[in-house]
Design a protein around this ligand. Structure first.
Ligand SMILES: CC(C)(COP(=O)(O)OP(=O)(O)OC[C@H]1O[C@@H](n2cnc3c(N)ncnc32)[C@H](O)[C@@H]1OP(=O)(O)O)[C@@H](O)C(=O)NCCC(=O)NCCS
Length: 153
């Protein structure tokens, strides 16, 4: 069965708690609530999108900055029990379209060298490896691959 995920901007601060729960289930150094609240004040630069299941549950999120004609994807994560069901693909499609609407022509992000699931996803969206940042991540220390995608939709 194909689920219909709904992608929408985060407009209600009450939804930050659901985002934090996904962060904690997904990353070893999650962003804090204070970081999210500060980011939300960065109007015009910092954007957050949510993916909801048909009954409204928040199952994934993506945050990005739009800087001139570049989209910098900061975070993308899906609740473990909803992975491999197209949530991240739906979110990423929505975010890339929104970025293009905002004037972005290319998109970039960093990904852990060991993060094969995310790398497969980005390959599908025609992101290519443009470089490596040595020791970029902590907990555990690991290199980051720097990916770029040209020609947003
Ligand atoms: C990476 C992540 C966001 C993918 O989310 P998702 O909703 O499961 O992704 P999708 O269902 O849209 O998957 C799309 C494609 O990505 C690839 N992919 C996703 N998970 C994969 C896995 N575990 N192994 C191999 N390929 C995978 C596949 O090509 C998949 O297509 P398929 O299911 O038809 O084979 C999710 O695993 C996650 O939240 N991981 C922890 C946080 C994280 O690493 N975020 C990325 C930081 S850069």
């Amino acid at each position: 069965m194909t689920m219909e995920w709904k992608v929408e901007p985060l407009t209600n601060r009450a939804d930050i708690d659901a985002v934090l729960a996904i962060e904690h289930a997904s990353f070893t150094s999650p962003w804090t609530k204070e970081m999210y609240l500060a980011e939300l004040e960065n109007h015009g630069v910092s954007f957050f999108y949510l993916a909801r299941a048909p009954l409204g549950e928040i199952v994934g999120f993506c945050s990005f900055w739009r800087i001139l004609d570049e989209l910098h994807i900061n975070n993308l994560a899906v609740l473990p029990e909803h992975r491999r069901a197209g949530v991240a693909s739906t979110l990423l499609s929505g975010v890339l379209k929104e970025g293009a609407r905002l004037g972005a022509k290319r998109a970039t992000l960093e990904v852990r060298q060991s993060n094969t699931p995310a790398q497969r996803l980005y390959e599908r969206f025609s992101f290519v490896v443009a470089g490596v940042r040595r020791g970029y991540y902590s907990n555990p220390v690991e290199d980051a691959l720097v990916l770029w995608k040209e020609g947003l939709p």
